[in-house]
Write a protein that binds this ligand. Structure first.
Ligand code: G3P
Length: 214
């Protein structure tokens, strides 16, 4: 399973990258707004740190605007993946950009037929949002499972990038149903290696050794 970090915060990206297990980065306009920095500048900075796919979202919601912004974003670095919304205009833009050799990530996917359409249009990634479905009383994991089945039925190469992951149980469930990628906040990455029995076990090994050998 590939692990991406879902943030535009450079310090968090560097810390996750330093662990040696980071495969990519996802950003969105809300995450960039939180940082209060120019989007293009920050994307270039991120691409200097991480060599894997870095998702850069368009702001435009119409086809022409998405194409123009998408081409601009793709020029920032070779590892940029253009993030487009899972709308009719988005799927059209996905087809055009994919045909030009620009990789795309179709975001805000909330039902499996959106995932089927974007796979047909050549999307490199599709981003189903788990947490936001849970927020409105639906089971986000059902969506991941259904997309997995549709893609496996027909052999679509589009990767399922589980997004809107809020906690480690979401992440574990994604790994169990076979999401190709999970994008998570830094707090979730940190939590992956935490267990109180690991900490107390390490403490005891060290203290036993010191008691015996000084
Ligand atoms: O990757 C998409 C993610 O940023 C959305 O997460 O927590 O705002 O639903 P959230």
């Amino acid at each position: 399973m590939d692990l991406y970090i879902d943030t535009a915060n450079l310090d968090e990206i560097k810390k996750a990258h330093d662990m040696g297990v980071l495969d990519g980065v996802t950003t969105n306009p809300s995450l960039i707004a939180k940082e209060g920095i120019d989007y293009t500048k920050r994307l270039a900075e991120i691409c200097e740190v991480v060599q894997g796919p870095v998702s850069a979202e368009v702001i435009a919601v119409d086809y022409d605007g998405m194409i123009s912004e998408g081409r601009d974003r793709a020029k920032i670095a070779e590892n940029i993946v253009v993030k487009l919304p899972s709308t009719v205009a988005g799927v059209k833009a996905c087809k055009t950009l994919s045909d030009e050799g620009i990789r795309t990530n179709l975001t805000l996917c909330f039902q499996p037929l959106q995932a089927l359409m974007v796979a047909k249009a050549g999307a490199f990634l599709v981003s189903p949002f788990i947490g936001r479905l849970d927020d409105i009383g639906q089971d986000g994991m059902d969506l991941i499972q259904q997309i997995r089945q549709v893609y496996d039925n027909y052999g679509y190469p589009t990767k399922i990038l589980a997004a809107s992951i809020r906690h480690s149980q979401h992440l574990l469930a994604c790994a169990l149903v076979g999401a190709d990628v999970a994008t998570v906040p830094y707090s979730v990455i940190e939590g992956m290696m935490k267990h109180p029995l690991t900490d107390s076990g390490v403490e005891k090994f060290v203290s036993d050794y010191k008691k015996a050998f000084g």
